[in-house]
Design a protein around this ligand. Structure first.
Ligand code: NAI
Length: 475
């Protein structure tokens, strides 16, 4: 088996944590049970690009339990938990000397070159073929396949790049390495039945591609299942933003001024958590509806420029570009903490920070850097501007990821087994499946659901078994 992880001897530790996580992931375990006999993913060759954590290990082994042949990478250079990666490679029945699990190409602290090399490796099956399904988080695997096809169509010449020139140069190198292989990317893309996408930023990329007519295969937007974005993005970040801050800095949050940029699902979770720790939370927003929500929730809403000099902690949650600039950072208080929990690192202008004349970087520990300005004051930047909850801590806990990943498994089954029902486009799962995911998580929390009477169901115009809300309901 081909694979590349940090240290296989960590597998035993990883396996113990996987065992504990399985108990906290009732949705995934129920899905394993439900489909054990039917094996709906037999014949599926799934390439996954999603943070290689303990929770993801349970997802991977669920896909395998349903019959899939799986290869995996992390979708971020800092988010891999090396013990989880090792345990997945060794597998539940293998040994360190004789691994029999799933090929994983991921370790904590990859370079950009290594990151794209890993992505390419996970897309290549040992017989030279590619996957027939992608499970993506942020859209990098989908992007590489699409750029590969464009590159080959253009006669192996560079095509339009991404925003980040450094990263684009690495992607181009990856594509150039494949020039000799007669239209490999085109052949791979033709075999792909679809992609299921985990996060807001990846979904945004998919809709853009579909709008411009360049999307090559159907996609299920897992993020916008209610049981994903209204849970993982919100309650997941409510947990892991504090974990990231604590493990990175251990600074007391109570009494501090914290700025949360963006009051979408992630921002709502982060603002709530910081307030829960006793911080005075200030929100920035561009959307009047979200700004009004933040105000009604009791937060001060203002611009970053107004508060950049008084805040102690900054967290960007926008999924947008250039939120905290180098100029902002130079105006911050001594030892202000600057962090991003959005998917990509371009929310904070790290490149601009490095270009400030006379600036000095002092590495405190992995994923924590102090940047000292020429006037002597400094700021503390977490995870080099990449998502701090996975870079500095271990991301979301199992229970909330069970909701997200049960949606992922259902979406994989939908696309793989009902290919004809999904022409190229971007879809969300039907509401009855969303409700099913929620239902699978109620018992574990001791929730007792009220059952509608037939009369009540008729009165509000729904079926006793659901769905209980129209598609436009916002929760
Ligand atoms: P969302 O679209 O619900 O919220 C983003 C908010 O940012 C919106 O309300 C938008 O109006 C606001 N915004 C945009 N530009 C802004 C600007 N210049 N200044 C202030 N506010 C601005 O998106 P969601 O679901 O909250 O996701 C945000 C990011 O977090 C995405 O990149 C997503 O992929 C990522 N994410 C990260 C997770 C993690 O574990 N680190 C988990 C889930 C999502």
């Amino acid at each position: 088996m081909d694979f590349k992880v940090a240290d296989l001897s960590l597998a035993e530790f990883g396996r113990k944590e996987i065992r504990l996580a399985e108990h906290e992931m009732p949705g995934l375990m129920a899905t394993r049970k439900e489909y054990a006999a039917a094996q709906p993913l037999r014949g599926a060759k799934i390439m996954g690009s999603l943070h290689m954590t303990i929770q993801t290990a349970v997802l991977i082994e669920t896909l395998v339990a349903l019959g899939a042949d799986v290869r995996w990478v992390s979708c971020n250079i800092f988010s891999t938990q090396d013990h989880a990666a090792a345990a997945v490679v060794v597998g539940p029945d293998g040994t360190v000397d004789n691994p029999s699990g799933v090929p994983v190409f991921a370790w904590k602290g990859e370079t950009l070159e290594e990151y794209w090399w890993c992505t390419e490796q996970a897309l290549r099956w040992p017989d030279g073929s590619g996957p027939n399904m992608i499970l993506d988080d942020g859209g990098d695997a989908t992007l590489l396949v699409h750029k590969g096809v464009e590159f080959e169509k253009a006669g192996a010449v560079p095509v339009a790049g991404e925003d980040d020139p450094e990263e684009w140069a690495v992607i181009l190198d990856t594509l150039r390495r494949t020039v000799s292989e007669d239209k490999w990317w085109t052949r791979v893309a033709e075999e792909i039945k679809g992609v299921t996408e985990e996060t807001t930023t990846g979904v945004h990329r998919l809709y853009e591609m579909h709008k411009s007519g360049t999307l090559l295969f159907p996609a299920i937007n897992v993020n916008d299942s209610v049981t994903k974005s209204k849970f993982d993005n919100k309650y997941g970040c409510r947990h892991s933003v504090i974990d990231g801050l604590n493990r990175a800095t251990d600074v007391l949050i109570g009494g501090k001024v914290a700025v949360v940029c963006g009051y979408g699902d992630v921002g709502k979770g982060c603002a709530d958590a910081l307030r829960g720790q006793g911080a005075r939370v200030i929100v920035t927003e561009i959307d009047p509806i979200c700004a009004l929500q933040a105000a009604m929730d009791g937060f001060q809403v203002t611009t970053l420029e107004e508060v950049v000099g008084i805040a102690d902690i900054f967290v960007t949650c926008t999924g947008n570009y250039g939120i905290i600039t180098a100029e902002h950072m130079s105006q911050m208080k001594h030892q202000a903490i600057v962090s991003n929990i959005g998917h990509f690192d371009n929310e904070i202008d790290m490149a601009g920070l490095t270009r400030i004349p006379g600036i000095k970087r002092i590495n405190i520990k992995p994923q924590v850097d102090e940047w000292v300005f020429p006037d002597g004051h400094s700021i503390i930047v977490l995870a080099e501007g990449r998502l701090m909850n996975l870079g500095c801590a271990t991301g979301h806990p199992s229970f909330v990821m069970s909701n997200s990943f049960t949606n992922q498994v259902i979406a994989q089954i939908e696309l793989f087994t009902k290919t004809d029902e999904y022409p190229v486009g971007v879809y969300v799962l039907p509401k009855h499946l969303d409700e099913k995911v929620a239902r699978l998580h109620l018992d574990a929390l001791g929730v007792k659901l009220t059952t509608l009477s037939k009369k009540q169901a008729e009165y509000i115009g729904v079926d006793v078994e659901g769905p209980y809300k129209p598609d436009h309901y916002r929760y």
